[in-house]
Design a protein around this ligand. Structure first.
Ligand code: MN
Length: 232
C-alpha cells in the first residue's frame, strides 16, 4: 500500500530478560481504583472506578536497570506522579468473563500515569475531556514487561513510589477496588480488547507534584521497578 508519508513505528515496550518487544496497540487507564486515592481526590471511595485512554505513543519505555528521562511537559505547573501496576494483554475479546480475562494476560509492568493536575482539574470543573491533563507526550513511562509465565499473577504485594529517596506512595495492590481480572472483564464490555493493549490499573493514595531534577523510583512487589528522572 502506498501511504503519503512514512507510517510511524508502533510504540513498543521491551520484554524483560529477552530481546523481544511488546507492541502497544492501546493504553487504557482505570481511574480511582484505590479507595484512599479516591478520597484524597475529593470522592467517597465508594464510587465505581472508570476508564480513560492515553495514545500508544505516550509510552516512555525504560529498559531494565536504566533510568528514563521525562521532559517536564508544557502548559502546567502541577505535574503529578501516579504509580500503577500495568497489565499487558497477549489476547483479547469482547464481554470476557473474569476467568477469560485472566487468560488474556501476557504480563505485567510498573508504570506511571503522569498527570497535568492543574489542567485535569480545570477540565473536571468545566465538564471537558481529560486529554490535556492525561494524554500528553511521554505521559506513560513504563518499565519492561515481565511475562506472567515467569512471575505468575500478582494479587497482593507492596506498590510504592519514592521521590528523591522519600516515600510518597505506599500501599498494596490487594487494595484495588476492582481487581485486575474484574477491570479487564468490565473494560471488554465497553471495547473489544486485543493483543497489545495495556491497562494501567489505578494509583493508590499519596499522589503529588514533581519538578525538573526529581528522581522517581516506583516498584510493585513481585513485578519490578521503574526509575524515571524529570528533566527540564
Ligand atoms: Mn491513574
Amino acid at each position: 500500500m502506498q501511504t503519503i508519508f512514512q507510517t510511524p513505528q508502533p510504540a513498543v515496550v521491551p520484554v524483560a530478560g529477552s530481546d523481544a518487544h511488546f507492541p502497544v496497540r492501546r493504553i487504557y487507564c482505570v481511574g480511582r481504583n484505590y479507595a484512599d486515592h479516591a478520597k484524597e481526590m475529593g470522592f467517597t471511595g465508594r464510587e465505581d472506578p472508570f476508564f480513560f485512554c492515553k495514545p500508544a505513543d505516550a509510552i516512555l519505555h525504560v529498559p531494565e536497570g536504566e533510568t528514563g528521562e521525562l521532559p517536564y511537559p508544557p502548559r502546567t505547573s502541577d505535574l503529578h506522579y501516579e504509580l500503577e501496576l500495568v497489565v499487558a494483554l497477549g489476547s483479547g475479546g469482547r464481554d470476557l468473563s473474569v476467568e477469560q480475562a485472566m487468560a488474556c494476560i501476557y504480563g505485567y509492568a510498573v508504570g506511571l500515569d503522569m498527570t497535568r493536575r492543574d489542567l485535569q482539574g480545570e477540565a473536571k470543573k468545566q465538564g471537558r475531556p481529560w486529554e490535556v491533563g492525561k494524554a500528553f507526550d511521554h505521559s506513560a513511562p513504563i518499565g519492561p514487561i515481565y511475562p506472567a509465565e515467569r512471575i505468575g499473577h500478582p494479587g497482593q504485594g507492596a506498590i510504592t513510589l519514592d521521590v528523591n529517596g522519600n516515600v510518597r506512595q505506599n500501599s498494596d495492590i490487594s487494595k484495588m477496588i476492582w481487581n485486575i481480572a474484574e477491570s479487564i472483564s468490565y473494560l471488554s464490555g465497553l471495547f473489544e480488547l486485543q493483543a497489545g493493549d495495556l491497562i494501567f490499573t489505578g494509583t493508590p493514595e499519596g499522589v503529588g507534584p514533581v519538578v525538573p531534577g526529581d528522581l522517581m523510583v516506583g516498584a510493585v512487589e513481585g513485578v519490578g521497578q521503574l526509575r524515571v528522572k524529570v528533566v527540564a
